[in-house]
Design a protein around this ligand. Structure first.
Ligand code: 7TS
Length: 419
């Protein structure tokens, strides 16, 4: 096991940055400081090259042709699936390619939820969820008569475990919970939650959109039933994501969508389904971007997920230290950088976050401002929006300093708090 200091010495952020062409860009006359990684990450040359190579050399449809290109495309697509599966500790048959985390959650809602939930059944969500792990369940609740129950978070931005225990006493059918919050940065104890939920017979779905890109994740160790994530937040192209589901569940679930590829036999009256995971991939899949996803996973593995997590923790600790020292700024989420992933949401006490984002953009610094698709969190924090700086493997301590120093421009434009 490498110590933190050894990883720190070994972590060559400049070599990593050299792989990302977009980081050479200037924005509004300044070098780009990209701190909007929770929205989407930048892409390394290796991923862009994998896409170009596929289209220039291999392009063909998968799972159907008998010619060389079709066989090579199928092999590349399935090998990408195997890489993504291995990356999260799963078997390839348990990984369905989707467009993104949102589609993965909708797949579970419509395929598993419609078949297994009935009137009066309870679905436990948390007040920390992104809309993509709320709205599908609201739609399914309306169709089945199931009821939603929300577990709150504490003022520190941590899951309220006592409230969760109380919710589990009502024996819900499903617990759907975010692994890492995209607003609070909180890392939830998903192993413990899964164990407790299973003890009362509930299935567990985890939204890992902000976890898989930033820390080692092993779905087998967590023991969950479903795990959803997006490629584009972890160096892969947009339009590709994945759903992990336990094999038995995928086998017994009906398909989400019907069409080509996902069938074994079609008659006038009925059809039978292809083996998993193809049963859940109707139509021509996003072949090129799946291959790009495989290249992204190769890249992350080469750097090492534990090293990336530690690097981001150093950035987060520094950002927290500097922001918390400012008396006109409120910081949201756990104070302890060990309890969170690499992002910090904050607000000036007297300036709207949209204005903050605009002032920083004039300095080439990209952050996000808004409700971050988490209106329930906003209501709990009693704000309509926050500013958010989110980090990744290629960000540097100097960029954190540039970002915090640039906040002085906000004070120059909008005046000082209380001034
Ligand atoms: N779940 C979480 C926790 C997320 O942060 C996001 C995207 C999603 C699900 C949905 O991902 P998608 O790829 O299916 O769209 N979050 C954000 C964000 O924080 N800013 O932009 C997108």
């Amino acid at each position: 096991m490498m110590t933190s200091l050894q990883t720190q010495l070994k972590y060559d952020v400049e070599a990593i940055r050299a792989d990302f062409p977009i980081l050479q860009r200037r924005v509004n006359g300044h070098p780009l400081v990209y701190l909007d990684n929770a929205a989407t990450s930048q892409k390394p040359r290796q991923v862009i090259d994998a896409l170009v190579h596929y289209y220039e050399f291999t392009n063909a449809n998968v799972h159907r042709g008998l010619h060389t290109l079709a066989e090579e495309a199928t092999e590349a697509y399935e090998s990408a699936r195997a890489k993504v599966a291995r990356f999260i500790g799963a078997e390839p048959e348990s990984v369905v390619f989707t467009r993104n985390a949102t589609e993965a959650i909708n797949l579970v809602a419509y395929a598993w939820g419609l078949a297994n939930l009935k009137s009066g059944d309870r679905i436990v969500l948390t007040e920390m969820e992104h809309h993509s792990n709320i709205v599908p369940w609201q739609l399914i609740a309306r169709l089945t008569g199931a009821q939603l129950h929300y577990v709150p978070f504490t003022p520190e931005g941590e899951m309220d475990m006592e409230a969760l225990d109380n919710a589990l006493r009502q024996e819900p059918k499903l617990v759907a919970i975010v692994h890492v919050s995209n607003v609070l940065g909180t890392v939830n104890p998903v192993e413990e939650i899964t164990r407790k939920a299973h003890a009362v017979g509930a299935k567990v779905l985890i939204d890992g959109a902000q976890a898989v890109p930033h820390k080692p994740v092993d779905v087998t160790r967590i023991g969950c039933d479903f795990y959803a994530f997006s490629g584009h937040k972890m160096l892969a192209p947009t339009g590709i994501g994945a759903l992990y589901a336990r094999r038995e569940l995928l086998e017994e679930m009906p398909p989400f969508m019907g069409g080509g590829s996902m069938i074994r036999r079609v008659t006038h009256e009925f059809s039978t389904w292809a083996d998993i995971p193809t049963k859940f991939e109707a139509g021509t899949p996003n072949i090129a971007d799946a291959i790009g996803f495989g290249a992204a996973v190769d890249y992350l593995q080469h750097v090492g997920m534990e090293a990336i997590r530690q690097h981001e923790q150093r950035l987060t600790a520094e950002a927290l230290r500097l922001l918390e020292a400012e008396e006109d700024i409120v910081v949201y989420g756990p104070r302890d950088p060990q309890r969170r992933c690499g992002l910090v949401s904050f607000n000036f006490k007297h300036v709207h976050p949209h204005d903050v984002a605009q002032v920083l953009d004039a300095r080439g610094i990209a952050i996000r401002a808004g409700h971050h698709c988490c209106q329930i969190i906003m209501r709990r924090l009693d704000v309509t929006a926050t500013a958010r700086a989110s980090f990744y493997l290629y960000n540097t301590i100097e960029e954190i300093h540039t970002f915090v120093e640039a906040l002085d421009d906000v004070r120059k434009v909008f005046g000082k708090y209380g001034g």
